[in-house]
Design a binder for this molecule. Structure first.
Ligand code: RB5
Length: 178
């Protein structure tokens, strides 16, 4: 389970609590990083709803746009999420477009990003347990808001199982070709 603690919007790493040091302090900082979220115009309404849900779960939100339903290009927002995660400004990310497909494809071109398109809580759970997905991709035009919220909660609360999956995920991360 992730640590539940109310954080301000766009919160970055939070200093460890007084008296906590070493490994424990590092864990506090890791789990308090915000969740980055971004969408294109077709995912804007669901992004707004999911941002509120992330806050309701006690996590900070790093909202990287878009800010309206005016037409934009989803690869730009996938890149913003990849940059935030790569720079350590966010622990995980959520991307929304019309289907979840294009924005996940774009995100997966970035080193270190493992974006999973999910349509139900089972796929969200397995994306974390087996694939250590660090980005959840959802399609506003394909799934309802309650299903999307369930995917989000599951994605945030499920840990990677490690073990045999560790080797396979390492192969994904090392298999980028020129
Ligand atoms: C935008 O019309 C739509 O193509 C986009 O949101 C997404 O579904 C692409 O994969």
């Amino acid at each position: 389970m992730v640590a539940s603690r109310l954080l301000p919007e766009c919160a970055g790493p939070v200093p460890a609590a007084e008296g906590v040091s070493g490994a424990a302090a590092r864990i506090v900082i890791m789990t308090d990083k915000p969740i980055a979220i971004a969408s294109d115009h077709a995912g804007f309404q669901l992004k707004t709803l999911l941002s509120a849900e992330i806050r309701a779960l006690g996590r900070g939100v790093l909202d990287l746009g878009t800010d309206s339903q005016d037409s934009v290009d989803y690869p730009d927002f996938a890149a913003a999420i990849a940059q935030a995660i790569g720079a350590g400004r966010a622990e995980r990310g959520v991307l929304v477009c019309g289907t979840g497909i294009g924005i996940a494809m774009a995100a997966n071109r970035h080193s270190g990003i493992r974006a999973a398109v999910c349509h139900d809580e089972t796929s969200a759970r397995l994306a974390r347990q087996h694939n250590d997905a660090n980005v959840l991709a959802l399609g506003e035009r394909l799934i309802g808001s309650e299903v999307a919220k369930g995917c989000l909660r599951t994605f945030l609360e499920t840990e990677f199982e490690g073990g045999r999956h560790m080797r396979r995920v390492a192969k994904i991360d090392s298999s980028q070709t020129a």
